[in-house]
Design a protein around this ligand. Structure first.
Ligand SMILES: Cc1ncc(COP(=O)(O)O)c(C=O)c1O
Length: 387
């Protein structure tokens, strides 16, 4: 039995909720609007202003937001979306929802993000076919080299969608992630930088994309006279001009999000402090590699890698000490669905596979103490030392 049996469980990620957050949600519950009310716009404005984008359109999840972005990009049956082989399935699923096909490319072991050469060759290999979206992921919070992908997207006539589900509050120099892609997608799942329980958002500087996204998330129905294509009949009238969904974020969730946004800077700073503790404590430890560093990293995850044939043992030992490590992710192309439907095979994307075989994400979230991070590091060193 481990001697630290009474130690608290440290999950790999956890939300931070305070009394202001609770009061904000309760206010909505006492008010008139549970959905489609003023908190939605307030939250959208807060995110757009924070990251420096002109428009923000909230969605019921990051996945729904990605679906909206792929649709706004024009991904249609037969089109491709360029995605990294190492990501959560939702990045590619969003293109498949639109009838599109994923075009995975390998990751760079240096950044854990879409590899530039691999992406360019994947796009070139499809000369003639239509790649409608280039969708790099700022993996773990490491801001992907967006300028490179912008040029690539422009060259092949695709929209650039940054999947920044991991990267709210991440920076490239002085620019927050959210300013540089055609559309940038965030997720507000509880393990992310801020939460709305479930929720997501697309930020963009394009009024036209923002309009498409708003239509898409609310049935494709217009209500204002100026949006009508056919004659407007009166105050009762509405017209469905596109096929849309109900992907709206509620007022309760938006109020929580707006309240959380006031602490985003602190959350990201605390994540960076925890990452710095791991880097200090694990710097000279054999048998473990640390994730790539970047001054604008927002550390949604802290994925370390160990020897692939020891991962299961190390993972299990950490869990037995109450350290809730988790693996991010099974590579996209190795999921049964993607193998079956698109014919991907083991060996297709070796960097993604090598990373996936040895990785595990250490706990990182704002509510962790310095001692928690030292405890995790000590346990990892102890386990590695006994191998
Ligand atoms: C890279 C990436 N994209 C998209 C999503 C989907 O976000 P959500 O869980 O809010 O639907 C996630 C969720 O973890 C993710 O990690």
């Amino acid at each position: 039995m481990p001697d630290d049996i009474n130690k608290k469980y440290l999950p790999y990620g956890h939300q931070s909720i305070n009394e202001d957050d609770i009061a904000a949600v309760v206010d909505v519950l006492r008010g008139d609007w549970l959905t489609n009310g003023p908190s939605v716009e307030k939250f959208e404005r807060a995110v757009a202003d924070y990251v420096g984008a002109s428009h923000a359109v909230s969605f019921s999840s990051g996945t729904a937001a990605l679906h909206g972005a792929m649709s706004a990009a024009g991904v249609s049956p037969g089109d491709y979306a360029l995605v990294p082989a190492m990501t959560f399935a939702a990045t590619a699923n969003a293109a498949v929802y639109c009838g599109g096909r994923p075009l995975p490319a390998d990751i760079s072991p240096e950044t854990l993000c879409l590899d530039k050469n691999a992406a360019a060759s994947a796009a070139a290999s499809l000369a003639g076919a239509s790649v409608r979206a280039v969708a790099p992921v700022s993996f773990a919070g490491y801001p992907v080299d967006i300028e490179f992908f912008r040029e690539l997207a422009e060259r092949i006539g695709a929209a650039l969608i940054e999947d920044a589900a991991h990267a709210l509050g991440a920076r490239r120099g002085s620019r927050f992630v959210g300013q540089d892609a055609d559309m940038t997608v965030f997720s507000f799942h509880p393990v992310k930088h801020i939460t709305t329980a479930e929720g997501g958002m697309v930020v963009t500087n394009s009024a036209s994309y923002a309009n498409s996204l708003r239509l898409f998330r609310s049935h494709g129905i217009v209500k204002s006279p100026e949006e009508f294509i056919r004659p407007y009949e009166g105050a009762w009238d509405n017209d469905m001009i596109e096929l849309g969904y109900n992907y709206r974020l509620s007022d309760m969730a938006s109020a929580l999000g707006a309240s959380q946004m006031t602490r985003l800077g602190k959350f990201v700073a605390r994540r960076a402090e925890i990452a710095a503790i791991y880097r200090r404590e694990l710097a000279d430890t054999g048998g473990v590699s640390l994730p790539p560093d970047h001054e604008g990293h927002s550390y949604h995850l802290f994925p370390v890698t160990v020897s692939a044939n020891r991962r299961k043992e190390i993972f299990g030992a950490l869990r037995s000490f109450g350290v809730g490590v988790q693996v991010h992710y099974v590579p996209l192309h190795l999921h049964t669905y993607y193998r079956r439907e698109f014919g991907f095979r083991e060996g297709d994307f070796p960097n993604a596979e090598a990373f996936a075989a040895g990785t595990m994400s250490l706990p990182i979230y704002p509510g962790m103490t310095d001692d928690d991070a030292i405890f995790v590091s000590d346990k990892l060193k102890e386990i590695l030392g006994k191998l």
